[in-house]
Ligand binder design. Structure first.
Ligand SMILES: NC(=O)c1ccc[n+]([C@@H]2O[C@H](COP(=O)([O-])OP(=O)(O)OC[C@H]3O[C@@H](n4cnc5c(N)ncnc54)[C@H](OP(=O)(O)O)[C@@H]3O)[C@@H](O)[C@H]2O)c1
Length: 321
């Protein structure tokens, strides 16, 4: 059942980079559409990858992309959206476009291009009654494929994903350099981080195994941590000692509102905070007999790059001094 050609939509991002590298290592040809080819520069170096600048929201573009392919992977996701309008769906317009309309277009394009196999990336905690718009829209995206049994879909629901390019542990390690203390909203929320390489391994294996068709895989690492523990771990591993102060729900809300309106774009939002009202954990183990890596066996290799002086050392190494 090994596919020869796979379209990876959203392949220019964090998960896509690792998934595509593993697909290429298996000898699979990959088409990776992106809105800006520059964002997918790192993929150009890989053999058997074709980076295509395209607007995947246009259905005819999707049909052309999918024609002649054996499977399509949907990795597109956004973390922020203007809030939902009264009387409309219970999630905002950017969530609706990326998490619901795009899956609908992918589904339609699959039928037109004759592609049956779909891997769809959702999120742990996705539910129509979830506290956040992000998670409700992710549930609606899953439903698009659930409602179409003629497609052979596998669903992936990861907790927070860590790895060299993550914007979670790296963000806190970077912040520690700039601030004397960490004021943390949702400090006691629980997560079960999974390594991006493990997420990619499960996805690649799913393409090879028949039992994956119709399955939903919760993707979690071996240990549960509170947000406070994760932040403490990230900043200590990056070589900083910073006190962490948990904010009350009210102050956390104000902080999230301020960060939502940050000049360079939202760093966090009230909706992100709402998603933390439910623990992001699962008792599931990885399928296909795979074992999840621990955070402690992977994260120091990249968090240590944030250590004071690490950049200078790198430059020196680069200059061979
Ligand atoms: N990272 C995590 O901790 C985590 C946890 C749970 C679930 N997930 C889910 O896993 C998936 C991949 O996450 P990631 O961390 O790899 O995300 P990412 O690095 O932000 O990459 C997202 C990708 O989606 C594409 N994209 C975003 N908005 C788009 C739009 N409106 N139209 C078309 N393409 C769009 C981007 O492509 P361009 O090149 O066109 O910009 C990019 O390649 C997402 O669905 C996310 O919700 C992630």
């Amino acid at each position: 059942m090994k596919p020869r050609t796979v379209v990876v939509i959203g392949g220019s991002g964090f998960v896509g980079r690792h998934l595509i590298a593993q697909l290429v290592a298996q000898g699979v040809r990959v088409r990776a559409p992106t809105r800006r080819a520059e964002r997918a520069r790192h993929l150009l170096l890989l053999p058997t990858v074709e980076v295509i600048e395209a607007d995947v929201m246009a259905e005819d573009v999707l049909v052309r992309l999918l024609r002649g392919c054996d499977a399509v992977v949907n990795l597109v996701g956004v973390l922020h959206s203007p809030a939902a309008r009264a009387g409309g769906p219970t999630y905002g317009a950017a969530f609706a476009a990326a998490h619901v309309t795009l899956p609908e277009r992918i589904r339609a394009a699959c039928h037109q291009a004759g592609v049956q196999r779909v891997l769809h990336m959702s999120a742990l905690g996705a539910a129509s009654n979830a506290p956040s718009e992000y998670l409700r829209s992710k549930a609606a995206g899953e439903a698009v494929f659930h409602n179409d049994p003629t497609l052979h879909t596998t669903y992936f629901r990861p907790s927070v994903i860590f790895g060299p390019e993550d914007r979670f542990l790296n963000l806190f390690a970077e912040l520690a350099r700039a601030v004397p203390m960490m004021a943390l909203a949702g400090a006691e929320a629980k997560f079960q981080p999974i390594f991006v390489g493990d997420v990619a391994r499960v996805m690649v294996q799913s393409l090879l195994e028949r039992e994956a068709i119709g399955a939903t895989y919760s993707l979690v690492g071996p240990h549960v941590y509170t947000l406070r523990e994760l932040v403490r771990y990230a900043i200590h591993t990056a070589g900083y000692a910073r006190p962490i102060v948990g904010l009350s729900p009210c102050l956390g809300y104000v902080q999230a509102w301020l960060l939502e309106h940050a000049p360079g774009g939202p760093l966090m939002s009230r909706d992100n905070l709402r998603s933390m009202q439910r623990d992001n954990v699962s008792s599931a183990s990885l399928p296909f007999g795979l074992h999840a890596s621990t955070l402690e066996s992977i994260a120091p290799s990249y968090l240590s790059m944030h250590r004071p002086g690490a950049r200078y050392d790198q430059l020196r190494k680069g200059a061979r001094r």
